[in-house]
Design a protein around this ligand. Structure first.
Ligand SMILES: [Mn+2]
Length: 437
């Protein structure tokens, strides 16, 4: 299902909000999308651009369920299967993303949004960059892109991840393997399985597009610069990540706080292709869709580790924990130690995890009130709480200890809110824990 069929599905499902009046990509569209966070919003008339804009496509689990034809609480198993068995996508000679080849490169014609008054400028936020690493092969990853002028962008490349590693090898060597830079194709307006796959962090050498194909059919085409991209992309910017650096930022990150300005590489765009009547996609930084795309891919990795030590039923990386720092793990408890073992395993499944709550199978892990109910009725702090001091942790947590050049450190906490094993007969017997519907 491409982004357009998703829009039709979201429309017939009653989820889509359509805005027909003219809206401004400077602040106004981000403000409207933020007010409607949790719903896909289609802007049909954008000031200064011929293109429509979709925001909020990834702002609820239900929309991934719609796109992947899976109940929202079962998505974790689709992701786990795709990670376990990636599939090579089919390659075609031509595809919709190359229907129109722009006569000149003009990034000003593309409706990049300015999200906040103090941002470094207009940014692409739902952009996935496709590159080839000379040693490990194709890689796909999200990068925020600051528009510098008609032909140039600045990309935030997180250090030591796939795209950064490939760029350093190709563009920065002395002498560089290519003085022109690392060839890149940037796609905007992608099917949801590609957005999910690009959010995952498989081992180097595992092409994210093989995970996308395992989730849903993802035909590819080849760009003029040799990079392979999803044929159903709405826009493709072909170019090179050069060795030139410019100040990039500020920009609001996952926690909703400002990320600072750093020197980052310039991308020069050589060719723009797109579909007829292309739909540009925006993704609100720090809001629900950014969080879901960050958090959901961690759920199958936590599940896999917990399932090695106990019977794991499901995992939710919760939006309240910035979809990064908190998880609820649901188990079918079979021995007295299962709760504690699940807590320890959850940290192995997601190194940035800070607080974890383990619950029984009758608790709805997607409902924060139900999780709190389990803590209220099944948890005793002197018995069921584990605290780990001074652990390696996430750099995103402002309350962690941050030291220059070193991994951040933080305390971690696990709550075993499953029914206690040695419940004595009487008021605390298992029957007393049962919820009366
Ligand atoms: Mn990768």
């Amino acid at each position: 299902m491409d982004l357009r069929s998703f829009i039709s599905q979201a429309d017939s499902g009653g989820y889509l909000i359509t805005v027909d009046r003219e809206v401004d990509p400077y602040l106004e569209m981000a403000r409207l999308a933020a007010e409607l966070d949790g719903r896909p919003v289609l802007f049909n008339c954008v000031r200064g651009s011929a293109y429509r804009v979709l925001a909020g496509a990834c702002s609820d689990r239900r929309y991934f369920g719609l796109a992947l034809d899976t109940p929202a609480d079962r998505l974790i198993f689709r992701l786990a299967d795709a990670l376990a068995e990636p599939q090579p996508p089919p390659l075609f000679d031509e595809g919709p993303c190359q229907e129109v080849i722009d006569r000149s490169v003009d990034l000003a014609s593309i409706p990049f949004l300015t999200h906040w008054p103090h941002d470094g400028g207009a940014y692409a936020s739902a952009a996935v960059a496709f590159v080839n690493d000379p040693d490990t092969g194709p890689n796909a990853s999200f990068h925020r892109l600051l528009r510098l002028d008609e032909r140039r962008l600045a990309a935030r490349l997180v250090e030591r991840r796939g795209a950064d590693t490939a760029w350093r090898k190709v563009a920065l060597g002395d002498p560089p393997r290519s003085a022109a830079g690392l060839p890149v194709a940037i796609c905007i307006g992608l099917p949801l399985q590609v957005l999910l796959a690009a959010s995952m962090s498989p081992a180097p050498g595992v092409d994210e597009l093989t995970i996308a194909q395992a989730l849903a059919p993802t035909p590819l085409v080849t760009c003029a610069n040799g990079i392979r991209v999803p044929a159903q992309a709405e826009f493709v910017f072909e170019g090179r990540i050069t060795r030139e650096l410019v100040p990039e930022g500020p920009f609001v990150d996952l926690t909703g706080t400002y990320d600072f300005v750093r020197p980052q590489p310039v991308i020069e765009i050589d060719r723009i292709t797109h579909r007829q009547d292309a739909v540009y996609q925006a993704l609100l930084p720090g809001r629900l869709e950014h969080r879901l795309l960050m958090g959901m891919p961690r759920e199958p990795t936590i599940y896999a580790e917990v399932n090695k030590v106990a019977r794991c039923l499901n995992v939710h990386v919760t939006p309240g924990g910035a979809s990064w720092l908190h998880a609820v793990v649901q188990i079918d408890k079979r021995t007295p130690e299962d709760g504690l073992r699940a807590i320890e395993a959850a940290y192995r499944g997601h190194g940035s995890l800070k607080h974890v709550v383990v619950v029984d199978g009758d608790v709805n892990i997607f409902d924060p009130n139900d999780v709190e109910w389990a803590i209220a009725t099944r948890f005793q702090a002197d018995r069921d709480l584990v605290v780990f001091e001074d652990q390696p942790s996430s750099s995103l947590d402002p309350s962690a200890k941050h030291m220059a050049g070193q991994k951040s450190r933080s305390a971690k906490m696990g709550l075993d809110a499953t029914i206690h094993w040695d419940t004595p007969a009487g008021p605390g017997e298992p029957e007393a824990y049962r919820r009366i519907w």
